[in-house]
Every structure is written in structure tokens, then in C-alpha cells.
Design a protein around this ligand. Structure first.
Ligand code: APR
Length: 309
């Protein structure tokens, strides 16, 4: 358990993240910050009142300022607007870049040693904004996308095979958008290559559904985007860091030559531990997977130019 974890944004993703962090007792205090007066305070109090029933001792606090966040070990950033039907993650770019810039400045001042986990979209670009504004080393700025995209992919495979989700090991790399790269060649079911269990057409359909998994939820919800699985994914990353688990999880990390790419955030397999990003693992890719990753990198670089940092 660390002393404090802050969640910026007390909306759907932020509030669900705070509740999950508290239920897992990952921090003594979970602080939720939002610009809307009363919302973080009300949600924080409501969550804290669930503690006697759920049996956790993490104190959830809601606030509109950053004083209470001082010295946080981890800051999860979920502030910003969410997608509506017909919008791509890149449509959120200008609004969320402005919000994330302002949040990152506050985090730099109040929690200079924090590890940032970026959730606001477009994720890879927002992680870049946070890295630039804070000047933190790349070990301490990570983006949450791969764990979520892999979870969607694993859920669909488990459903197709009618087996436990626990037995599906899989990685989704690349940017958090339509160009993401589910690695079918590294997908196994209790060690059995998935290609022995599902035919090509079924796997292709699952890959496509994974790529558009976020949009599928937006279409149902109409007024916002997914938050149960995204908050689970962010909390799994926090857990790996807090307990120094050295888990290998796909995360958006700042690349410095890995996979032949530099100067951008992209989803790659990372070892997560106490220092945040402990290591980027380079796996062998097929020609097609490498080409798909390069295409995904191009799709991330384009909106990076717009934020002007
Ligand atoms: N500081 C703190 N909070 C802010 C700020 C700011 N500068 N600007 C906006 N917010 C808050 C809003 O007041 C709102 O409560 O961010 C919250 C966003 O919550 P929702 O609208 O419910 O959006 P949510 O579904 O949580 O998604 C947030 O995460 O997954 C991504 O694409 C998603 O970018 C979106 C983000």
C-alpha cells in the first residue's frame, strides 16, 4: 500500500477507478480531483461510505484543488471529455490537450515524484503532453490502453471458445485507435496457440471487433464512452506498481529506438514495477505485424503535431 494515489477527473472513468483503487486498498488515501464543484466531494464521500460494507480502509477524498493531492505516488489522469457516437478519439484532441496541459502542470508542482498513468484520449498524444509539460523521465509517464484493448480481445476469445477468460494470454500493441495491433501469433489459451483452436475467419472477426471495441460501447451508451473495463485496466497498472509486481503488461510507453521507433508513445510490452516502467520488452514480429505497428505509429504522430509542444 502506498500513502496516496490521486485520480484527476471524477467522471465515469475517474470515479470508477477511485472506487476500485479503494476496494483493493492500494493506497491509504485515494484523492479525486475535478473542476466541478461538489462532484468529487460527493462521489468521494459516497465511496467512503461503502467502506464499512466492502471492508476497505482506504479513505476516499474528493476536492477541487491540488493541496490534498500533494506527494502522491501515482496520479491517474482521466480529466477531459469523452466520445459521443460518430466521434473518433482524435476528435477529442484540442479540448483534452488543453485540459491535460493544465492538469500536468499541477501534478508537476504538487507531486513531483509521481508516476503518471494517462487515461484521457487520444491516449498516446495525451501521454506525450504530460511527458513534455512535467519533464518527468519516461519511466514515470505511461498510458493505459494495451491492458484495456487486450482485455477486450481476451474476452472475445474466451466467449468464442466458451472457456475461462483467465486462460487467455494475449497482447495488443500499437496506438489506442483503429490501427492497434492485436498479436494473434502471441495469443495462447493455457499455452495452446489460439490458431489451433479458432479458424482464421473467426480470429479476423475478433481482431476487428477489438479494434472497434471502444466505438461499440459508445454506440450503445450514446452519451459517453466505456468506463468499467478502462478503470479496471488503469487499476491493474497501479497494482503492478504499488506491489512492485514486475508484471508484463502492454502499456503506452515513450519509445527511444525500441521496435525501430523513437519520439512517440506507443503500446508495447512493458515490465511494471515500483519505478513505473522498468523495461520495454522487444518481441519478434512478423513482417505484417511490424508493418501494422509502423502504420499505427504514423497514426499517433499525426495528431502529435497538432498539440504544438
Ligand atoms: N481538471 C479536472 N477534471 C476535469 C478537468 C480539469 N481541468 N476538465 C474536465 N474535468 C472532468 C469533468 O468535469 C468530468 O467530471 O473530467 C471528467 C470527465 O468525466 P466524463 O465526462 O464522465 O468522461 P469519462 O467517461 O470519465 O472519460 C474521461 O477518459 O477514457 C477516456 O476518452 C475518455 O478522454 C475521456 C476520459
Amino acid at each position: 500500500m502506498v500513502d496516496k494515489i490521486t485520480v484527476v477527473g471524477a467522471g465515469n472513468v475517474g470515479a470508477t477507478t477511485a472506487q476500485r483503487l479503494a476496494e483493493k486498498e492500494l493506497a491509504r488515501r485515494v484523492v479525486m480531483v475535478d473542476v466541478v464543484d461538489g462532484v468529487p466531494q460527493g462521489k468521494g464521500l459516497d465511496q467512503w461510505e461503502s467502506a464499512p460494507i466492502e471492508g476497505f480502509d482506504s479513505r476516499v477524498i474528493g476536492t477541487n484543488g491540488y493541496e490534498e493531492t500533494a506527494g502522491s505516488a501515482i496520479v491517474v489522469i482521466t480529466a477531459g471529455i469523452a466520445r459521443k457516437p460518430g466521434m473518433s478519439r482524435d476528435d477529442l484532441l484540442n479540448t483534452n490537450a488543453g485540459i491535460v496541459k493544465q492538469v500536468a502542470e499541477q501534478v508537476k508542482r504538487s507531486s513531483p515524484n509521481a508516476i503518471i498513468i494517462m487515461v484521457s484520449n487520444p491516449l498516446d498524444v495525451m501521454a506525450y503532453v504530460a511527458l513534455k509539460v512535467t519533464g518527468f523521465p519516461r519511466q514515470r509517464v505511461l498510458g493505459m490502453a494495451g491492458v484495456l484493448d487486450s482485455a477486450r480481445y481476451r474476452a472475445f476469445i474466451a466467449e468464442a471458445l466458451n472457456v475461462s477468460v483467465r486462460d487467455i494470454q494475449a497482447m495488443v500493441l500499437g496506438g489506442h485507435g483503429d490501427t492497434m495491433v492485436p498479436l494473434v501469433s502471441y495469443t495462447s489459451v493455457s499455452g495452446i496457440p489460439v490458431s489451433q483452436l479458432l479458424d482464421r475467419a473467426t480470429l479476423d472477426a475478433i481482431v476487428e471487433r477489438t479494434r472497434t471495441g471502444g466505438a461499440e460501447i459508445v454506440k450503445y451508451l450514446k452519451t459517453g464512452s466505456a468506463y468499467y473495463a478502462p478503470s479496471s485496466a488503469a487499476v491493474q497498472m497501479c497494482e503492478a506498481i504499488v506491489h512492485d509486481q514486475r508484471r508484463i503488461l502492454p502499456c503506452a510507453a515513450w519509445l527511444e529506438g525500441e521496435y525501430g521507433l523513437s519520439g512517440l508513445f506507443l503500446g508495447v510490452p512493458c515490465t511494471l514495477g515500483r519505478n513505473g516502467l522498468e523495461k520495454i520488452i522487444e518481441v519478434e514480429l512478423t513482417g505484417a505485424e511490424r508493418a501494422a505497428l509502423a502504420k499505427s505509429a504514423d497514426a499517433v504522430r499525426e495528431p502529435m503535431k497538432v498539440v504544438g509542444l
